[in-house]
Design a binder for this molecule. Structure first.
Ligand SMILES: Cc1ncc(COP(=O)(O)O)c(C=O)c1O
Length: 479
């Protein structure tokens, strides 16, 4: 659904930038010498990327990992470590860095964000390697200077299609994408106030879920520094609280920003209710779909696709570092918003562009999981079903939050799992509020039912499923 007021405000902000001659352009450098790559638009040529229709042995290296015995011992006894224990000192002195050989412990990883197991996909590795051999690694500069190429443009088009948006802007990371959006949102108030400090009702009212990701919080903090936004934190996923804050707010320019799938709790933002409230109040809806992209929705379009409300989302932020198994962030939005973010979003403007091999790899990943290897999405949701059936815990996503309370309890549980052969980290403040320390368990498409059975058996040895909290909705961090 079009947001006519917001469209007008963005247009006005853009014409102000034009008058000030600070509207920025992206001018891609054409680096591709690969004929097939040149021919590709957003649709890949059939057979260009090798795909697989079921799990392969190499898939398991996404979850079967090793740590050195010394790292294992330090972790077990909570001895502080900076990773030094695996680098041979004499080798460093001889300018030939080498890892110390020794004993290793094999662990099964249940703590990553590589939801579809793509970090070890050979086609994605090959796309990166070919691009690296042809074009090298260094992007040479930020996107606005000289770091933006036809590889970046191709990936942006592909992501815009996936998110059903007009356009997309790549950012160095998901963190910087959120920062850039929040700062660009704030810039509208000062641009429309003609560079003066905006009056109270000219400011932008940002309504932010209490458990939003740190990058959203930091972006809002930065926007707040310019005195152009007022912030209202609503209780986690509490739509009646949001409704009462919205109705009590007389400021016209309203923005609601939320994670789609909460990274530490594993619950979904109430998308349908948010869409209803958007129709009622005409706010700009900004969604951080870092954990939902490629995982949720029939086409991997994310949480908005899953809840059939893609049109109600104005700006969708995502990352390529999780389910895409690569690196980098993106902002899917209208062309106008893209122009504004690329001209005002400092974390986009002042940071080096994504390296070409990463853009090539992410393009391969997006094509593979969004369009070809759909079995991966089926597999991860089957593992969610396995966990639910084995434990009776009513989880709704691959992120499982087992809240145990104190730091010591969380650390103890993590150590117990470590001894049992599982890599599951304890999550503590400031990542989560005090006394809601937890084990964050993440399931992936390349875990098997047997893996889940073994994990559940090990968890039963340190935590009682009956007495546990699954969501921390009654506790929240302050902005
Ligand atoms: C909800 C959410 N948003 C944004 C980010 C940042 O993404 P990136 O790791 O690509 O910087 C994360 C990463 O942990 C996240 O969980």
């Amino acid at each position: 659904m079009e947001n006519s007021f917001w469209n007008k405000w963005v247009e006005k902000a853009l014409s102000k930038l034009e008058t000030l001659k600070v509207l920025r352009s992206l001018r891609p450098i054409y680096v591709s010498s690969n004929e097939q790559m040149q021919q590709q638009q957003t649709e890949p040529i059939d057979g260009y990327y090798e795909v697989f229709d079921e799990m392969q042995p190499w898939d398991r290296s996404s979850v079967e990992i090793s740590i050195s015995d010394s790292t294992f011992q330090r972790w077990l006894h909570e001895i502080p470590s900076s990773g030094d224990e695996i680098v041979c000192r004499d080798a460093v002195a001889n300018q030939k860095p080498r890892m110390c050989s020794g004993q290793f412990k094999k662990l099964l990883l249940f703590s990553g964000n590589d939801y579809l197991g793509l970090s070890s996909h050979p086609t994605i590795g090959k796309a990166a390697a070919e691009a690296a051999l042809e074009h090298g690694m260094g992007p040479r500069g930020s996107a606005l200077i000289c770091g933006y190429t036809n590889y970046h443009r191709l990936l942006e088009s592909c992501l815009a299609d996936l998110k059903k948006k007009e356009d997309c802007l790549l950012c160095p990371t998901g963190f910087s994408a959120n920062m850039a959006v929040m700062v660009a949102v704030g810039s509208i108030a000062s641009l429309l106030a003609g560079g003066e400090k905006p009056l109270k009702d000219e400011k932008i009212a940002i309504f932010s879920d209490a458990l939003n990701h740190a990058s959203i919080i930091d972006g809002i903090r930065l926007a707040e520094r310019t005195k152009s936004v007022e912030v209202f934190v609503y209780k986690h996923c509490d739509m009646s609280h949001l409704n009462s804050l919205l109705s009590a707010c007389s400021m016209k320019k309203k923005v609601v920003v939320t994670d789609s799938l909460f990274s530490m709790d594993g619950d979904f933002a109430p998308m349908v209710e948010l869409a209803k409230l958007r129709r009622k109040y005409g706010f700009l809806l900004v969604l951080d779909d870092a954990h939902g992209t490629f995982v949720c929705g029939k086409n991997g379009g994310g949480v908005a696709e899953e809840f059939n409300c893609e049109k109600d989302v104005d700006i969708c932020i995502g990352t390529l570092s999780k389910a895409a198994g690569c690196h980098g962030g993106f902002i899917a939005c209208s062309r106008k918003w893209k122009k504004l973010v690329q001209s005002r979003g400092r974390s986009f403007i002042f940071s080096t562009a994504t390296p070409v091999p990463i853009a090539a790899a992410a393009h391969a990943a997006a094509v593979i999981v969004a369009k070809k290897e759909t079995w991966r999405r089926r597999a991860i949701w089957n593992r969610v079903q396995d966990f639910r059936a084995l434990t009776g815990v009513p989880i709704t996503s691959p992120i499982i939050s087992l809240i145990v309370g104190s730091e010591e309890k969380a650390l103890q549980a993590s150590r117990h799992l470590l001894k049992s052969g599982f890599h599951v980290t304890a999550i503590r403040p400031p990542t989560v509020p005090a006394n809601s320390c937890r084990l964050r368990v993440t399931l992936t498409a390349v875990h098997t039912t047997d893996d889940i059975k073994k994990l559940v058996a090990a968890i039963t040895g340190c935590i009682k499923f009956e007495g546990i909290n699954y969501h921390s909705s009654n506790v929240y961090a302050k902005l």
